[in-house]
Design a protein around this ligand. Structure first.
Ligand SMILES: O=P(O)(O)OC[C@H]1O[C@H](O[C@H]2O[C@H](CO)[C@@H](O)[C@H](O)[C@H]2O)[C@H](O)[C@@H](O)[C@@H]1O
Ligand SMILES: [Mg+2]
Length: 258
């Protein structure tokens, strides 16, 4: 397994041949008790913008969050984003691929919201065309949350599927997937023809790890868990990643670690 620092130093040496695909929660940002409690280090948005400039714009966020939430987190910058696990995208030229909702899904959402309110400690997150039920504040609720979400998925009539995550179960559009999102970005400028480097921390990121490595790139899984992964390297924490990315952002090309 390659070291994460070697992979990032490849970007430093050859920014014009690299493209970077970044997950947010657990990767760029430390995990917090609830979705709203995350802390964006004040220097991070500008560092990502510097990195993007260095890679001629070939930096995308690939996340379970909605694009609107990403924009709010990383303001004032608007990056290319695959949101809702790839169900919605903002392409580099500003075009949107939107996720649509059905009447069945809206009814399921309402019902889930009401039922989640009776489960103390469970946090309901409405993301538009996706829903997350979090049990981080009440881990003993996992079985109840799983059962509720399995029932909800069936009630959508097949248009939405389950996504397991860190202390969360999500309902995401069946037409989603971070691997598919990467393929979409990789087919267009400025991402086309560049070596894809995907960085994430969770099950949902495994699809993009597989696509990036199959295309001759590399992938880094963040975190100290021992979960099996298609990533080519591991790195301990978002703090370490932010430090390495900051160093890539500010060094001139060709001045890598060796
Ligand atoms: O694909 P990502 O960018 O990693 O987003 C995945 C989900 O992240 C968020 O939930 C997770 O982070 C929360 C804040 O640290 C944490 O409280 C929660 O337990 C985690 O599961 C987000 O709320 C979801 O919408 C994203 O899909
Ligand atoms: Mg993540």
């Amino acid at each position: 397994m390659a070291a994460a620092v070697e992979i990032l130093s490849m970007i430093e040496r050859e920014p014009g041949r690299s493209a970077l695909y970044l997950d947010i929660d657990g990767t760029l940002l430390d995990i917090a008790p609830t979705p709203e409690a995350i802390v964006v280090p004040p220097e991070l948005p500008n560092q990502l913008a510097e990195l993007a400039a260095k890679l001629d714009g070939a930096v995308a966020l690939v996340t379970g969050r909605s694009i609107a939430r990403v924009d709010a987190l990383l303001q004032p910058h608007l990056f290319p984003v695959a949101g809702l696990h790839g169900a919605e995208m903002r392409l580099p030229d500003g075009r949107f691929i939107e996720a649509t909702v059905s009447a069945d899904f809206l009814a399921v959402k309402e019902e889930l919201h009401a039922r989640a309110e009776s489960l103390e400690g469970v946090v309901f997150e409405d993301k538009g065309a996706a829903i997350a039920l979090h049990y981080r504040l009440a881990p003993y609720r996992k079985a109840e949350v799983d059962a509720l979400m399995e029932e909800a998925a069936v009630s959508t009539g097949g248009g939405w599927i389950l996504q397991q995550g860190k202390m969360v179960v999500e309902l995401k559009p069946v037409q989603s997937g971070k691997g598919r999102a990467l393929e979409e970005f990789m087919s267009i400028a400025p991402f086309r023809g560049r070596r894809p480097i995907a960085i994430g921390d969770d099950l949902t990121d495994e699809g993009m790890f597989a696509v990036a490595t199959a295309a001759g790139g590399a992938a880094i899984r963040i975190g100290d868990d021992a979960a099996p992964t298609a990533a080519s390297a591991r790195l301990g924490s978002p703090t370490e990643l932010r430090r390495l990315l900051a160093s890539v952002a500010c060094r001139p090309p060709g001045n890598g670690h060796g």
